[in-house]
Write a protein that binds this ligand. Structure first.
Ligand code: AMP
Length: 196
């Protein structure tokens, strides 16, 4: 299995690049943000639980996220692989993921991090707010989301770097060029680590 974690600030293009990677390698897409947005839309108990956190741009408690992710990730054991988009969001989640995957004999193959300058992230998210009408894309919430990314999620880069699993890609380019760089980096990583 080729299991990929997609890291990057909100607005760095994780969703867009996840689509490209899935098409290219035939992976299953698991986006915790998409999962929770669907639950809110459906008006489920889980949706009601997470709505307030998402509207403020805060992280949903680890216990809630992990339970959902475990349930869904295990459904896809035996597929070509999974791409995790929006998870893990902090070191604790990263450690829990490693533990779960170890237990189930699934490996995290590599983490791809999209790098985009801060002012570009901000502009992209403002634009997305207009197009998609996401309640967590107002100016104050965007600032909060970026702040939380730097404080909680960015340290995961160091975590995966220490495990020799990090690939950093310049995400401030045309979509096809970013995708091509990601494919090259993944192929090289797979060759070096003999992932089947
Ligand atoms: P995203 O679509 O990945 O930007 O996520 C949107 C929002 O969903 C985040 O701002 C959080 O409120 C929540 N969320 C998504 N994934 C996670 C996660 N792994 N841990 C905690 N909260 C999350």
């Amino acid at each position: 299995m080729l299991n990929i974690i997609l890291l990057g600030a909100p607005g760095s293009g994780k969703g867009t690049q996840a689509e490209q990677i899935i098409k290219h390698y035939g992976l299953v897409h698991l986006s915790t943000g998409d999962i929770f947005r669907a639950e809110i839309k459906a008006g489920s108990d889980l949706g009601k639980l997470v709505k307030g956190y998402m509207e403020k741009g805060e992280l949903i408690p680890d216990s809630v996220v992990l339970k959902e992710l475990y349930r869904r990730a295990l459904l896809h054991k035996g597929s070509n692989g999974i791409i995790l988009d929006g998870f893990p969001r902090n070191i604790q989640q990263g450690q829990m993921l490693d533990k779960l995957f170890r237990k189930k004999k699934i490996g995290v193959s590599l983490a791809v991090c999209l790098e985009v300058p801060e002012d570009e992230l901000f502009n992209r998210m403002l634009l997305r707010a207009k197009i998609q009408n996401r309640p967590d894309d107002t100016e104050d919430v965007i600032k909060n989301r970026l702040r939380i990314y730097r404080a909680e999620t960015e340290p995961l880069k160091e975590y995966y770097k220490n495990h020799h699993k990090l690939i950093e890609v310049n995400g401030y380019r045309e979509i096809g060029n970013v995708a091509a760089s990601i494919f090259d980096a993944i192929d090289e990583f797979v060759r070096q680590h003999r992932i089947g």
